[in-house]
Design a binder for this molecule. Sequence first.
Ligand SMILES: Cc1cc2nc3c(=O)[nH]c(=O)nc-3n(C[C@H](O)[C@H](O)[C@H](O)COP(=O)(O)OP(=O)(O)OC[C@H]3O[C@@H](n4cnc5c(N)ncnc54)[C@H](O)[C@@H]3O)c2cc1C
Length: 387
Amino acid sequence: MKLTDQELKDLCLKTRHVVENDLEALQPEIEQTHVFPKEYFDICRENKLFALTLPEQFGGLGLSVEQFFPVLEEICRGPGGMRMNLHYANGLDWDILYEHGSQKLKDKYMNKFASGEFFTNFALTEPDCGTGADIRTTAVKKGSKWVLNGKKTLISHTDISGASYVIAVTDENKRKKGGITAFFVEQDLPGFTVEPMPHMMGCRGAGHGYIFLKDVEVDDDHVLGNVGEGLEIFMDALALSRASIGVSCLGLSQRFLELAIARAKDRVTFGKPLIKRQAVQQMIADMGTQVYALRTILMDTARQFDHGESIEMKASMSKLFGIDTVRTVSDSCLEIFGGIGYFEDNPYGPVERMYRDARALWFEEGPRTVQRLTAARPLIANGGFIE
Ligand SMILES: Cc1cc2nc3c(=O)[nH]c(=O)nc-3n(C[C@H](O)[C@H](O)[C@H](O)COP(=O)(O)OP(=O)(O)OC[C@H]3O[C@@H](n4cnc5c(N)ncnc54)[C@H](O)[C@@H]3O)c2cc1C
């Protein structure tokens, strides 16, 4: 669906209202329980927040990335755990199945995403190796079945999901040259177990778990794409998700900036509001410049994606620049707030929680080293040319 400019503005405003009122109101309890209450799912369902990008034929709004990113920015101003869930629900959650799943699996599951009655998780990271071609989970063909064995760690949404996208080695001799395959694995299969991970610093409510696969059997129609294409499928899917992490950095940074200005207007020291001090104005100008630059990079990346071009390099740049932005903007915000910024229940807004929430963004969809590697490869190949 292509919204008019006015419809998009209205959707953004409505989303901001829902996030800053209805969803924020649930977060104090979630900070204690670390679990989303039923109301969270009801609010998201009512406002179609699980279905922003999902194609219309499956009950979604089918927004393009250019139209989705401004709405996601509004979501990302809010609590980090909800941001994590909604960023995933509008990307990897349904997209891998839609692009690479068998018709049988699509018929069974594609209609269940819009309502939030069904979630997947993305199971790449393992405890005993780096995140990528050196994974140790295996899938061996036995008769008509694939038998999976292995461990995954740090996997988001394992507490609410019904199936996992699992990546496994199917040919030890080939590995990243066609020896890794992606599977759709239902969590209720014999041998599939989930163990919850300890509580996180921030992004509370988003449940994380270890996944253990012990002789889990799936049919051929649970292979995603073709045998041997797993690494490409996972890495392709991650590109847009990395750019979405850039949007997550943007939403938080924009809110840090607004809160810093509000506080600096109110706080009077030595007879003058902080906002009148040149030193503070300079910090605010730097924060605004970074926020604006990040938004511009992201919208360019979104346009390129919607035109069907590869965004691998720009997605990694978006995430890299996003982390730098949210790091410096959140530091400046807390500096402007002074000591009160370090405390919970701040009357201006939840800066202490936002600071904790932001830290997850360093790791989601790969750390800085991985983003730099992905950005450097095409830059070097093209002699530094950026289209
Ligand atoms: C909140 C949260 C949610 C997550 N959700 C998921 C999920 O849903 N699915 C999933 O699969 N994973 C998930 N992850 C895992 C995440 O993708 C990894 O944490 C991330 O890729 C880093 O891997 P690692 O933690 O194993 O760190 P390590 O690989 O141990 O790296 C630690 C540090 O060493 C550096 N490093 C590692 N290797 C090299 C190298 N070769 N050269 C130079 N430096 C290196 C890294 O940059 C990093 O700074 C999640 C993580 C978090 C924190």
